[in-house]
Design a protein around this ligand. Structure first.
Ligand code: C5P
Length: 214
């Protein structure tokens, strides 16, 4: 795979989206949020009442979704984009993302999206390990669960801190302990613990790392 890719992985609410958008602007490259594609599968499963335990039906649903063009599928309207961040989708997504059939299909979709948009920063959980193992630069962002929950709580003040922390811990566990492409830093990733850092400090560190590889 030849398109230059910057892989940004890490657990929920580690700052991947904020950092990735800033780097995409600074370097003038595309930005792909791979979590959105997993969220889309969960969103359609909920709407179509497909039980989250029915691997066969979920995989079939995912394949039906993938029959439309990768870009059309990825670029949702604003209302769907909001629904993708809703608590019900957030609760369901890691359960759906555990399934091997879904992961294989979404990995393929993510590669197709990047093929279409060209050089890009791609954020997720397994971008540096499974989706783009030959990425130009690999970063793994982390922070304590408490700090991540506090940051997310500032973005979503309507949800309580305790609920957000519980959600983050549950998703971390599901994402880390699944058998197929679990969330783990690639051996050649630069790991950045953002616990005591400001957003600007994280952005400069990531930017410096990306420029090294350019
Ligand atoms: O990044 P975001 O929090 O939107 O991702 C939602 C969920 O999608 C994650 O908790 C994880 O279960 C799944 N995901 C994944 N692999 C990726 C990106 C997201 O399993 N590359």
């Amino acid at each position: 795979f030849r398109t230059p890719v910057i892989a940004i992985d890490g657990p929920a609410a580690a700052g991947k989206t904020t950092v990735s958008k800033a780097i995409s602007d600074k370097l003038g490259i595309g930005y792909v949020e791979s979590g959105r594609t997993y969220r889309l599968v969960a969103y359609h499963a909920i709407r179509e009442h497909v039980p989250l335990t029915d691997e066969h039906a979920l995989t079939a649903l995912c394949h039906r979704m993938l029959s439309s063009s990768p870009i059309a599928l990825y670029q949702t309207d604003a209302a769907t984009a909001r629904a993708l961040r809703s608590p019900s989708v957030t609760r369901a997504v890691s359960v759906v993302a555990k399934l091997p059939g879904i992961r294989t299909a979404i990995t393929d979709l993510t590669r197709k999206i990047v093929e279409h948009i060209g050089p890009a920063i791609v954020e997720g959980r397994d971008i540096g390990t499974a989706v783009f193992p030959n990425a130009t630069t690999k970063i793994f962002l982390s922070a304590t669960a408490e700090v991540r929950a506090k940051r997310r709580n500032r973005q979503e003040p309507d949800r309580g801190y305790a609920e957000i922390l519980a959600d983050i811990n549950r998703r971390d566990e599901l994402d880390r302990d699944r058998q197929h492409s679990p969330m783990t830093p690639a051996p050649d990733a630069t790991q950045i613990d953002t616990t005591g850092l400001t957003v600007d400090e994280v952005i400069s560190k990531v930017e410096a790392q990306c420029r090294l590889a350019l």
